[in-house]
Design a protein around this ligand. Sequence first.
Ligand code: UTP
Length: 457
Amino acid sequence: MTNLPADVLSRLWAHNQAHVLAGWDKLASSQRANLVAQLSAINFAELDQLIAKAKQVTQPAKSQQIEPLPVTPAVVTPHETQLGEDALRRGEVAALIVAGGQGSRLGFEKPKGMYPVGPVSGASLFQIHAEKLLALSRRYGKPIPFLVMTSPATDAETREYFLANNFFGLNEADVIFFQQGTMPAVCARTGRLLLEEPGNLALSPNGHGGTITALAERGVLTELQKRGVKHVYYFQVDNPLLKMCDAGFVGKHIATRSEASSKVVFKTKPEEKVGVFALLDGKCGMIEYSDLPQELATAREANGELRFRAGNPAIHLFAVDFLTRITSSGGLAFHIARKAVTHFDPETQAVVKPGTEPNALKFERFIFDALPLAERWLAVETSRAEEFSPLKNATGADSPETVRADQIALFSRWLEAAGVPTQEQPVEISPLFALDPEELKRQIPPKFAIGGPTYLK
Ligand code: UTP
């Protein structure tokens, strides 16, 4: 039987959390071991501070200067392309996919990266991203380390999936899995830890901003430094249109010695649910769509364009030195969210269902909080139709239907530009066949014709 280590017990008492031990005698050995491991991983001092912060009466927000962010036009100079290609040839770029989210809106029972999103092939998001990296590493003659961030919810299945698919042709040593941290949910009234079930705390991934701390804690930053990697291309699992580690973007980032560079897609309607970049007190920052005041969301320039239109597709390039600097100063701050959480009360041994009001506090870090910490930053205009179509929902906007249609539309444009009419058939191009329209033109066999659904691979 697992016993309770004395240091865990004393911390529970010191931080007023000993209620989690009610019913300890009823727990099986494995449940006890699980609970001890979960409790041992909690930074109670930090948790106390967050709970205290949540209880503070909200102060009037500090007045902040909010201005539109200057955005660099998409056009890439030959010099920038050269800089980017040279960095890729020297192996100075790594790709980082964040795949630890719970994908609750999509409602898919596996990790979101396993979703079959290819419109003709049924290829998964993971396969599409991995094949882009394989094609790029062949093009530049150097592997691009693939950093795959998972969470307890997605880790085991993700690793098994890559293994079962032979890492999609990538060298196993170049695929580096690491898990993000978790944070416990606490009761919004009392600050006490909540349990999901007997012997199991209610834990959730600590947000995509947890990436930076996890990179350091899991030794990935050190590994990158050892490999001579200088820039990390950050992206989310859900966007199959992603232009992976494109040399133009990498080159602009290097040419400006930027610490954090971000792609920008322009909003066309005020109500679009995408965060916007802005200059916040003169620093590059992000305002979530739910936090953007209506008068700013609808403000227009003299030419009719939205004033705050620099939408965030969550594609960034970070300098490794910059990430190291953030981790050495303790990582990003936590945001506090009030949520409704069904939980198990160990004292009454009963399941508690929340009422209409949120009953719990959850804590998450957001990656875009890194942006204002950068001394030099860059925001680069990007075409939404070419590079951004996220899979978020089961139906409607940003659903499998729209994501497949957006891929077909993109590949149809590439084929038409290569002189191949698509006859309105669904078409898909494997990254291993062509990564861009120029490569497609070179690869497509003469007199190639489309007669039905087509997957070029
Ligand atoms: P979202 O915020 O869209 O979350 O994450 P999600 O998990 O995909 O979907 P919902 O909100 O539960 O429906 C954006 C990206 O950040 C990653 C996700 O995997 C996705 O790539 N993410 C999110 C993490 O890696 N960890 C987190 O804790 C949260």
